[in-house]
Design a protein around this ligand. Sequence first.
Ligand code: HEM
Length: 151
Amino acid sequence: MTVPIVVLWLHLLGVVIWMGGLMYQAHVLLPAARRGGAGTFAEAARRGRPVAWTAIALVAATGLYNVTRLGPLERVMESGAALILAAKFMLVLAAVAVAGQRDFAQVPRLTRALAAGDDPRPALSAIGWLDRIVLLLALVVLYLGLAISRA
Ligand code: HEM
């Protein structure tokens, strides 16, 4: 067992934890929240936040290590891996920005609405849209990750 493989394993473990948690919230908890369980959803989203952001940090740190293991710069440029990596990096940045908006703006907005007795549906709807965007970006990023490895 070598260090690069362990780091790649941690990279994918972080991806699974981040995306799995988001998938579960977006496709299981959020539909239930729309039918009247907004309080439970707000609590789950708040508790899921440290797990998700630890996973994001793990994915980013191990991703940067993976970059250092791609081999000589010339080969990385010639094979097209550098271009794919640049595209992947931009999409990851976009996904992290959207996830930040979800977790640090819309989830607190939902909590405030519930505490004030206001309608939680606008915040739930915004969270639903942001989750779909992150999941869609992640689909492309997953493909690009595989393409880099095989370039
Ligand atoms: C700062 C962010 C990231 C960087 C710099 C990064 C970088 C890399 C690099 C360089 C590789 C190639 C490793 C190798 O071939 O040895 C890789 C593999 C991969 N990455 Fe990322 N990554 C990042 C985030 C992500 C995210 C957010 C996802 C998924 C949503 C992801 C999914 C994958 C996958 C599926 C592989 C392929 C593993 C394999 O088949 O060997 N990465 N990443």
